[in-house]
Design a binder for this molecule. Structure first.
Ligand code: CTP
Length: 400
């Protein structure tokens, strides 16, 4: 998905063994639609070549020699000024020192002090180089000036030692870059609250009643809202998914925990997207010790959980302009969705037929109907990412 279409990234690659991972990073950024101009330092070319980056970005990769080449002496100015973001990954101790001092003795460091684009640094070096007071002072100075410093992480290092100094993985750097470059979208400045996943209702310390929700649709909504520029709080039941970069994750387990978190967060939100599959019932009481088999099959009495969406709909704060509910139905889809729209006092219901093989729980696709007071819009079978983008587009028009 070309979320970074029209965005220009200046990717600086410096002389660390992690530079081989920078090719993967460049590829990921290009796949997100960004125009990636790569500048390699002389030391970087000991590990990787310009051709590597040209092949994955479809654009030229530059070397110091290009500074004096036939593109004129202002190449560094053009590269620096046209960039929406300058990303140095991997960033060696040497390049960090130069950037901290404003030294400009190669094409990369020249370009980096030419423009005013946000600077993102992904340090990579051996553990002792990283903890060295000079490196720490340089990083502190760069952070103070507003640079975004990602990592480094701890783990195996090229020296054979293990410690802090590994470059953050390319997927994570690309995700953070995606977040930073999308702040000016149509939902810029808006706070969107998303719930996702199923809740777990404890039976005893090891067992719970839950459902088959994977959280995929809710996490896709969170990503789509971030891509549209919103600040996102993601209240999530237990899932195997990683929260999208930039989202503020609030993990919860039970419906009651989710209710408390949603009511609190809703006060400071412009919109709520209630995609979580909340358990409607919970055991009346949860055993404090593990229920033993020898005691025979237990009778578990259930009581009703609070309806979170209805609770928010009833006590809507001033700021909350749009509330979107989801309806998972196995029959009478439209009738039930329309009834939920009214009963829960929400602005939009995204309804899906969970009996269809390629829609609903666990799968990557979904087929939904958008039901509001204004009418009914049937969307075709799409990926959950596409459904999320369609819902966020609708949300943007609701928040205008
Ligand atoms: N929902 C909620 N709290 C609950 C149950 C559901 O906030 N205790 C929300 C869901 O997150 C969803 C919407 O209400 O956005 C509709 O959920 P759904 O399970 O389809 O509806 P229910 O109200 O549970 O009705 P039923 O299960 O009878 O269809």
């Amino acid at each position: 998905m070309a979320v970074l279409k029209g965005k220009r990234i200046l990717l600086g690659v410096t002389g660390s063994i992690a530079s081989y991972k920078a090719a993967d990073l460049a590829s990921k950024l290009a796949q997100l639609g960004a125009e990636v101009d790569t500048v390699l330092t002389a030391a970087a070319t000991q590990f990787v070549t310009p051709l590597t980056f040209q092949s994955v970005t479809g654009r030229r990769a530059y070397l110091d020699a290009d500074l004096w080449g036939n593109e004129g002496h202002v190449l560094h100015v053009r590269l620096g000024k046209e960039a929406d973001l300058v990303l140095v990954a991997p960033a060696t101790a040497n390049t960090l020192a130069k950037l901290a001092q404003g030294r400009a003795d190669n094409l990369l460091t020249l370009a980096a002090i030419t423009g005013s684009a946000p600077l993102v640094l992904a340090p990579a070096m051996d553990g002792d180089m990283y903890t060295n007071p000079a490196t720490q002072a340089n990083l502190a100075r760069l952070a103070e000036r507003g640079a975004h410093i990602l990592g480094p992480q701890s783990g195996h290092l090229a020296s054979g030692l293990s410690g802090v100094g590994r470059m953050v993985e390319p997927a994570e750097i690309a995700a953070q870059t995606r977040y930073l470059l999308t702040r000016d979208g149509p939902l810029g400045g808006k706070r969107v609250l998303v719930t996702a996943g199923g809740t777990q209702e404890a039976v005893d310390p090891v067992r719970a009643i839950s459902n088959r929700s994977s959280g995929k649709q809710g996490y896709a909504l969170a990503q789509a809202a971030l891509d549209a520029g919103a600040e996102v709080t993601l209240v999530s039941g237990p899932t195997a998914l990683a929260a999208p970069a930039g989202a503020m994750l609030r993990p919860v387990r039970s419906a009651e925990e989710m209710l408390a978190e949603v009511l609190e967060q809703a006060k400071n939100s412009d919109a709520l997207l209630m995609a979580a599959a909340v358990a409607d019932f919970r055991p009346k009481s949860s055993a404090s010790q593990k229920i033993k088999r020898a005691g025979g099959a237990p009778q578990i009495e259930l009581v009703a959980n609070p309806d979170i969406l209805a609770a928010v709909g009833k006590a809507r704060g001033k700021r909350l302009k749009a509330v979107v509910g989801f309806a998972a139905e196995s029959q009478d889809l439209l009738k039930n969705a329309q009834q939920k729209l009214k009963a829960k006092k929400v602005d939009l219901i995204v309804a899906n037929d969970i009996s269809a093989a390629d829609a609903g729980f666990e799968v990557d696709t979904n087929q939904v109907v958008l039901v509001s007071k204004q009418g009914v819009e049937e969307l075709p079978l799409m990926s959950k990412d596409e459904v999320a983008r369609a819902v966020i587009e609708r949300l943007s028009s609701m928040l205008l």
